[in-house]
Design a protein. Structure first.
Length: 163
């Protein structure tokens, strides 16, 4: 599979053909193992924790096509959704002028096994939606005209870069 030279590639070659001589094989194996390590490290890591985790993603550095920044992930146990108001829960992230959020999303559930993604838009009653945002201290979820307190479990996932 050919890829553009400027792309980041986390694909490991399958055409492993060991050279005949020891010296050539040693060099080839060293390069192949480096490729494997780089490919593994470039994968998204499936750890969702309440502590800050490097998630394996690399995010662009504006203006520099050769520089990428590590992306961090953190899960915030938000608890129950609010009733026609805004609820704020501290996220515990040190936010500076160079912090950039790359993803903000959540899922809420009620005991009767109904689940909704957040942000949520109710297509039959758009004013009953659920909004989410993050500021320097908190994750904020706002419910507008509907009582969502029956949704007693909500996990917010934020991903961000620090420069």
């Amino acid at each position: 599979m050919a890829t553009p030279l400027s792309s980041i590639n986390s694909y490991v070659r399958e055409d492993f053909q060991m050279p005949e001589t020891y010296d050539e094989a040693k060099l080839y194996l060293r390069e192949y193992l480096r490729d494997i390590v780089q490919a593994v490290n470039a994968r998204d890591i499936a750890q969702y924790a309440e502590s800050e985790v490097v998630n394996g993603q690399l995010f662009l550095t504006s203006g520099d096509n050769n520089s990428y920044r590590q992306v961090y992930r953190k899960v915030i146990d938000f608890g129950a959704l609010p009733n026609t108001t805004t609820k704020s829960v501290a996220h515990g992230i040190t936010v500076t002028a160079t912090t950039e959020f790359t993803r903000i999303y959540a899922t809420a559930s009620d005991p009767s096994t109904r689940f909704v993604p957040i942000p949520y838009v109710n297509v039959t009653t758009p004013a009953d939606g659920i909004e989410i945002d993050v500021d320097g201290t908190n994750v904020n979820i706002e419910t507008t005209t509907a009582n969502w307190t029956g949704f007693t479990t909500c996990y917010v996932v934020v991903e961000y870069v620090q420069t």
